[in-house]
Design a protein around this ligand. Structure first.
Ligand SMILES: CC(C)(COP(=O)(O)OP(=O)(O)OC[C@H]1O[C@@H](n2cnc3c(N)ncnc32)[C@H](O)[C@@H]1OP(=O)(O)O)[C@@H](O)C(=O)NCCC(=O)NCCS
Length: 250
């Protein structure tokens, strides 16, 4: 069992609703949320909290009030006393997303930003950098665009293709370090995730590691959304859920 949920948080949560739904969380969480300077961060954090309770209770039949959260030493939250429940959340731009399953999972959503992609030099493996550099100029097909179309396309289109590829790769890497629960304590250039025969393969410590599986979901034009799990039971599609539906079911 695995489910992926998406909330269009910033578009859905007005300031009035934010104030209303903030009443649904405990004081400690409220303090954490209100410590954010920007309203957008507060809203994403609140939606993440509510969505977490919602997905766990929906998938495992636990009442949100009975869930006690703890964190591993790298900060990954888990449910106390329930090693069978696996979940993870991510927020970026307008969206808050969650995955829930019965094996370790990690999820990452990334809004594509403008600016240069030099950061890849520091955080991508050699193989990933090579794949990124080849985007738009190699014989590969990217995102359904044929080789001829790429060759004929103007440099701006190629740059956009490269930007998408960069964020997809970034999101896959984040989903992996969140699945294993280490977060950024795992050096990002130490491993790579590359597409091979239509599937994503993890290369860690110089060898292929076939214990982790990856799935990319099409969210909207300028976002990348990826899930990493230790089983292959990815849903074909994510569920888009409204904030009122979440709040109503808590
Ligand atoms: C985890 C991490 C990769 C998140 O990346 P990000 O793109 O900034 O944030 P995302 O929105 O994708 O994910 C954030 C959520 O991931 C979860 N998370 C936090 N640490 C995690 C970890 N080690 N593994 C998996 N998930 C983690 C949390 O639920 C968090 O949401 P919350 O803060 O609202 O509760 C990154 O922030 C990180 O590694 N931080 C480490 C912080 C750290 O060093 N802490 C020291 C020990 S506490």
């Amino acid at each position: 069992m695995m489910q992926v949920y998406v909330v269009d948080a910033l578009n859905e949560l007005s300031d009035e609703k934010f104030a209303d739904y903030l009443k649904l969380v405990d004081d400690e969480r409220k303090d954490r949320i209100m410590r954010f300077h920007f309203m957008a961060d507060r809203k994403r954090s609140l939606v993440g909290t509510l969505l977490t309770g919602y997905v766990i209770s929906k998938a495992f039949g636990v009442s949100p009030g009975d869930i006690i959260f703890e964190k591993n030493k790298y900060g990954k939250p888990f449910v106390k006393g329930r090693s069978d429940i696996h979940f993870n959340i991510s927020h970026s731009g307008n969206y808050v997303v969650a995955v829930v399953g019965d094996s370790p999972v990690g999820i990452d959503v990334q809004e594509h930003k403008s600016g240069n992609l030099d950061i890849a030099d520091r955080f991508f493996s050699n193989e990933e950098r090579a794949a990124l550099d080849a985007t738009g100029t190699s014989m590969e097909e990217q995102g359904g665009v044929s080789c001829d179309q790429i060759k004929d396309s103007n440099p701006n289109d190629r740059q956009e293709l490269k930007r998408r590829m960069f964020y997809d790769m970034w999101s896959l890497k984040e989903a992996y370090i969140k699945c294993i629960g280490m977060g950024l304590s795992k050096p990002l250039d130490e491993f790579g995730i590359l597409e091979k025969n239509g599937e994503y393969k993890l290369y860690d410590d110089g060898a292929e590691n076939d214990k982790y599986y990856f799935r990319k979901y099409a969210l909207s034009g300028n976002y990348s959304l990826c899930v990493c799990a230790m089983d292959k039971g990815f849903p074909d599609e994510f569920v888009k859920v409204g904030i009122d539906e979440i709040a109503f079911n808590l």
